[in-house]
Design a protein around this ligand. Structure first.
Ligand SMILES: [Zn+2]
Length: 447
């Protein structure tokens, strides 16, 4: 029997319980065997001993909202697949941040693409599917550049039969006029027409000026468009009318189809008995609330989306929570890049209001912040207690999406040995990651 002992660490076990100090965690054959008060190293004989005094053990994080983490079409808009080495780099990044399981919510990845991904990387990747008729149509209209024949043919029902654990992401920033339009499609079209490279935030300002936060043609605001054009250095290069037409053509054709896709996917989810994970943002909030009322197991993704105003987000999340939905919070690019978010105010407010069930990263145009960074900062700001926050990134995710990480998310005897050792004072400084009892990250680098 292969035994590893994490020696003399502190432990936050994912159940929400208070930290335990100076324990030994004994792992045997890929499972957690026991957790005992620390004893002298010699008493263990021939085992792999990981000296861990002064370190904090937590369960491996389970991230329910990632993109670009499996081989296949990117995003629920069926965008061109990333090169395989970029997918592996994305997985490395999640792994080094202490994540041991990710749910890829790109939505059109096939079982074959998933299997190849898992063969190539130690992190456990699970699949969600968004291949329902309306979501496929929305993807085709919005983009579809990466949708191979196999990807199109692999329906949500087949995906669930092949092991997909959720439907999602239903709607997305790419089909519902959210972040995907702002960091991808609008800048690309502006560059094509004018040769000018604009930032995600500048593109977002153009979008909101033309269609408003809730995405509606009637929200058009000429003065705001002029201001946004100036802010982006585009005055004289694009007229107000050209911007109106351009933004509308990018966002609106897929929008109503994708909105319809939300209700359709909820229906599918009920039939195939998996949770449905939806793009929850200002533009989709009415439909998301309507789905929640039907009682389907619902993950309201990134409920702190930057398109919400603060009070709106809190009230909406409160209502969804009353209806039984899981309120997911995404780190987005809140602390680092801030290309589309304005900082942690909403994230902190959601913690303080006790609304958060799960914590994920989402993609944020490739600039997501680590989950442990968000937990660390929120803990230090005093808006959430550490054991509760760790549970939101581990046990609560495993419970909310039953197939995503069976027997994981809690460091208790009998659980799969997915664990992280990190710095208790600076949580993002992950030192060791163990998956199924194997050390896959040592001294903060791939082992
Ligand atoms: Zn989304």
């Amino acid at each position: 029997m292969a035994t590893t002992v994490l020696h003399g660490c502190d432990l936050i076990d994912g159940t929400g319980a208070e930290p335990r100090h100076d324990v030994d965690i004994v792992l045997t054959d890929g499972m957690v065997r026991e957790i005992v008060p620390t004893r002298p190293a010699e008493t263990y004989g021939t085992v792999t001993l990981v000296e861990a005094s002064g370190q904090l053990a937590i369960p491996g994080l389970i991230n329910n909202h990632t993109h670009g983490t499996a081989y296949g079409p990117l995003f629920p808009s069926g965008h061109q697949a990333l090169p395989p080495e970029q997918v592996r780099a994305n997985l490395d990044r999640h792994l080094l941040e202490g994540t041991t399981t990710v749910l890829c919510v790109d939505g059109f990845v096939t079982a074959e693409g998933l299997a190849r991904t898992n063969d190539d990387h130690p992190l456990t990747v699970k699949l969600a599917s968004c291949n329902t008729p309306a979501c496929l149509e929305a993807a085709t209209v919005a983009d579809g550049g990466g949708l191979t024949g196999e990807a199109r043919a692999f329906t949500a029902r087949q995906a669930v039969e092949a092991g997909a654990v959720a439907l999602g992401e239903i709607g997305a920033g790419h089909t519902l006029g959210g972040g995907g339009a702002s960091y991808l499609y609008i800048p690309a079209e502006v560059a094509r027409r004018t040769g000018v490279t604009i930032t995600a935030r500048q593109a977002d300002a153009l979008k909101v000026a033309v269609l408003g936060r809730h995405i509606s043609a009637s929200s058009f605001d000429k003065d705001a468009v002029e201001e946004a054009l100036e802010g982006a250095g585009l005055t004289g290069k694009l007229s107000v009318e050209e911007v109106r037409e351009m933004v509308s053509d990018i966002v609106l054709p897929a929008f109503d189809i994708a909105l319809h896709g939300l209700a359709e996917a909820a229906d599918y989810a009920r039939r195939v008995e998996v949770p449905v994970l939806v793009h929850n943002a200002a533009a989709s909030m009415t439909q998301v609330a309507a789905i929640a009322k039907t009682g389907v197991p619902l993950i309201a993704g990134h409920s702190n989306h930057s398109s919400f105003e603060l009070r709106e987000a809190l009230q909406h999340a409160e209502r969804l929570k009353e209806l039984g939905a899981t309120i997911d919070l995404s780190t987005l690019d809140t602390f680092g890049a801030r290309r589309l978010t304005n900082g942690p105010e909403l994230l902190y407010a959601m913690f303080e209001a006790g609304l958060v069930d799960t914590i994920s990263t989402d993609y944020a145009g490739g600039h997501h912040d680590p989950i442990l960074l968000a937990i660390d900062r929120a803990g230090k700001a005093g808006v959430v207690r550490l054991p509760a926050a760790i549970a939101m990134a581990t046990a609560h995710v495993a419970d909310a999406v039953p197939g995503v990480a069976p027997r994981r998310g809690r460091v208790v005897p009998g659980a799969v040995a997915d664990l992280v050792l990190t710095d208790p004072v600076e949580l993002p400084r992950v030192r060791t990651v163990i998956i199924g009892g194997e050390i896959v990250v040592r001294d903060g680098a791939r082992a």
